[in-house]
Each structure stands twice: as structure tokens, then as C-alpha cells.
Design a protein around this ligand. Sequence first.
Ligand SMILES: C[S@@+](CC[C@H](N)C(=O)[O-])C[C@H]1O[C@@H](n2cnc3c(N)ncnc32)[C@H](O)[C@@H]1O
Length: 222
Amino acid sequence: MPKTVLKTLPAISEHNQWIHPPLVPEIQLHLSDDVLTLWRDTERRAGHEVPPPYWGFAWPGGQALARHVLDNPQSVAGKSVLDFGTGSGLAAIAAALMGASNVLATDIDPLAIAATLRNAEANGVMVQTSSDDVIGSNGNWDVILIGDMCYERALAENMMAWLQSLLADIAPPHILIADPGRTYFPATQTRLTKLSTYTISTSRDLEDRETRETSVYRLSQD
Ligand SMILES: C[S@@+](CC[C@H](N)C(=O)[O-])C[C@H]1O[C@@H](n2cnc3c(N)ncnc32)[C@H](O)[C@@H]1O
């Protein structure tokens, strides 16, 4: 494990608490309610700048995706699942709980990988992890889960182009995307079919509002 992760893991323990996200009470995650303190302390321990601690929160997209998977176990049972940009690991854990044959949780932030492993263990499930950027690769996954990933233009555009390229395969993956109306979510994309919508309690600190309406979509070929 990289040195940064070893130095900052104690920060995860110190500032976070075991929390059951409001939309997914079946799952417990080690989360924070104070983004700035967690971020500042993580950087102090690492000794350099680190990305925002996305892994310390259950984002509306991740909660909606996990809820959808828990309520529709057939969407993942017996299947190989990729949770791209896993953060805390929430959607990956939901897929593992619902009987996915294997789950790969990826995140380019090694701290998210550490948090995901800790959270998976606390929920009694195994997930594989990778900090590789899998955009552009084809792991022949049956299902791809995308929770709250449209918050940056370049990321959203590259990711959507990659996902669409995977749909051209002979056996395309089942792609589920959950989004609470982020700026770069391509809402008018005709290949998106809305499957479910949830109203999720959020903190003003993170989202500047009390709730966020979040939908789960299937991305499919025309
Ligand atoms: C807003 S968080 C969403 C986390 C989780 N999916 C959820 O909904 O709770 C976005 C996450 O994507 C990760 N990320 C950004 N670019 C990525 C990439 N190219 N590959 C994998 N993870 C990425 C970030 O490190 C961060 O953990």
C-alpha cells in the first residue's frame, strides 16, 4: 500500500464514524460529517496536497445506485460487476451483498481504496479493488455501476465516450448510472432510460440543500 495511505489511514479512523446512509440503512460505512476537517487533516498527515476526500461521504449517486441494486438483486446476482469511481465502496458493497459473482471497485484515489476495503469488511463482503484508471479498457464486465461521476467536464465526457464504446461489443455490459443533476450529466442523451428516482437527505455542508432528487438510468444502445 502506498506510503500516503499508511500515513493517512489513522485520519480516516479519527474523523469518521460508522454511519448507515439514509437511503441504504442496511449498509454501514465509515463516513465523516465534516469535509473540511477531514480534508485538512488528511493533507497534514500526508504532508502534501491530496484530492478531496470523496471516500468520506456517501454521495447521492452512490446511495441511489446501492438502493436500486438492493431492490433489484437480479441486476447483479451471479454477474461480474465493476463499480467505477467507488469512493466509499457503497455501490460495490451493495452488489456483493446481492450475490454478484465478483465485484471490482476502482478509484484513482488510493485512500478510497483503503476506505472501500475497510467498509467491505465491516459489511461482511469481499470486493476486489484497483486504483488503475480503467477508462478505455474492456474488462468484459457484465454490469458497470456509475455513481455520481459527472461533477467534472473532462471526466464526464471521457467516461461517457468510453461507456458508449463498450456498448458496441457483441455482449455489451448492463450499464447503470446514478446522478443527482450534476452539471456535466448528459441528461438529454437519448440512450439513457430512467429506471428509478429517490429523494435523498443530504447535508447543507456538502450539497447546499437538505435533499437531492437522484435518478438511476440505464445506458443502452439506440
Ligand atoms: C463524487 S465521488 C463518487 C463516489 C461514489 N461513486 C459514490 O457515489 O458515493 C467520485 C469518485 O470518483 C473517483 N474518480 C475520479 N476519476 C476517476 C477515474 N478516472 N477512475 C476511477 N475513479 C475516479 C474519485 O476519486 C472519487 O472517489
